[in-house]
Ligand binder design. Structure first.
Ligand code: F6R
Length: 244
């Protein structure tokens, strides 16, 4: 695991956004895995800003989403698809055919999840996977208790995760379930980049630093990956003993 301690949240965000733009610039056919959540919002804004300055072309890239809520109608403001359309697809002038979204509307979710895995494989796998971390150590929506060999599947959201995201659902219509890439699916990415910012992530980061392959904190599974980069702002790093 490579750890980058930044001096500010903005610096951490810029580091991650630059990893994306550098990757696209050097490998225009890259396959990129996208996380959503509040942590990633400024990363996508910075990516769009850098892409414009650099006149970076992304039309040969392909994007896979990590997860999506089950049961939201198309176009729901809190769906992850809406999030990505607003922050990545539209600002970067990309085409919807460049994206693969978790098949939450399929009749047979189980079959569709296997198909999602197959399309990932056919695309050559993910070159760069962006990840956030839940306060409970989840990655994607792989909640505590998820197994290392898990694949894309239906998951139940924990009360903790539902609480953390409830402000996105002012009407109280937050789903109980989601479709998420599994831990093994994520581990097959070639380069995994996790960004953690803010004090609310400090305990999860401390736990991650001190434990390995611990299902109670799924992020610990990433430490066995040969190319895992953890980017922290000062608040997220505030409970670990590392100096900048
Ligand atoms: C969402 C996802 C989640 C988030 C995590 C942190 O696609 O993968 O694992 O990264 O819940 O969310 P924020 O950034 O809102 O704290």
């Amino acid at each position: 695991m490579r750890i980058i301690l930044s001096e500010s949240t903005q610096e951490a965000v810029t580091i991650v956004a630059t990893m994306v733009t550098d990757r696209i610039s050097s490998h225009p056919n890259s396959v990129i895995g996208l996380a959503t959540g509040k942590t990633m919002e400024p990363v996508y804004a910075e990516w769009a800003r850098l892409a414009q300055i650099q006149n970076l072309k992304s039309e040969k890239c392909f994007f896979f989403m990590l997860d999506e809520y089950m049961g939201l109608p198309k176009g729901h403001p809190a769906s992850f698809r809406t999030y990505i359309e607003k922050r990545v697809l539209n600002p970067l002038n990309l085409h919807v055919d460049q994206f693969s979204f978790p098949p939450v509307f399929a009749d047979s979710i189980h079959e569709a999840a296997s198909h999602y895995e197959l399309s990932l494989k056919e695309a050559g796998g993910i070159d760069l996977q962006l990840l956030g971390i839940g306060g409970n150590g989840h990655i994607g929506f792989n909640e505590p208790g998820s197994l290392k060999n898990s694949r894309t599947r239906l998951v139940e959201l924990t009360p903790e995760t539902r609480k953390a995201n409830e402000s996105d659902f002012p009407n109280g219509d937050m789903p109980m379930r989601a479709l998420s890439m599994g831990i093994e699916t994520i581990l097959q990415g070639k380069h995994l980049v996790m960004l953690a910012t803010g004090k609310s992530k400090a305990d999860a980061i401390k736990y991650l630093m001190n434990h390995h392959d611990d299902p109670t904190c799924p992020a610990t599974f990433l430490k066995s990956h040969p190319n895992f980069t953890l980017v922290l702002d000062p608040d997220a790093a505030s409970k670990i003993n590392l100096k900048i």
